[in-house]
Design a protein around this ligand. Structure first.
Ligand code: FES
Length: 105
């Protein structure tokens, strides 16, 4: 089955202020939004190492740090910067239209 990507509306821009994380669910997808220095990134919400919700983690210049075992994931390519996580997070395209954030899933 071919699954075409589609843009889904995530939330309004003012729900993800600079330095903040925001998690949401859409059908079977669990997505994390992060506002790093005014730019919005979208990745999977659940850590690739175990079942940790990254929206309860910590955002820094390096990326998002998992709250459970503290791996940091780069927001552009999803790659873990330190163990124990070894598998990259999936990343998603983001667009902003009329102060609403959309993610391509
Ligand atoms: S659950 Fe995220 S690093 Fe272990």
């Amino acid at each position: 089955m071919i699954r075409l990507s589609q843009w889904i509306k995530a939330c309004s821009l003012d729900q993800v202020k600079e330095g903040q994380l925001f998690g949401f669910h859409s059908d079977d997808k669990k997505i994390l939004l992060a506002n790093q220095k005014g730019k919005i990134f979208a990745t999977d919400l659940i850590c690739t190492h175990a079942d940790a919700d990254l929206s309860t983690g910590f955002l820094s210049d390096e990326g998002v740090r998992c709250p459970l075992h503290l791996s940091v994931f780069n927001l552009q390519d999803g790659k873990p910067q330190n163990l124990p996580a070894e598998i990259p997070l999936k990343t998603y395209n983001v667009k902003i239209e009329q102060d609403e954030i959309y993610v391509e899933v």
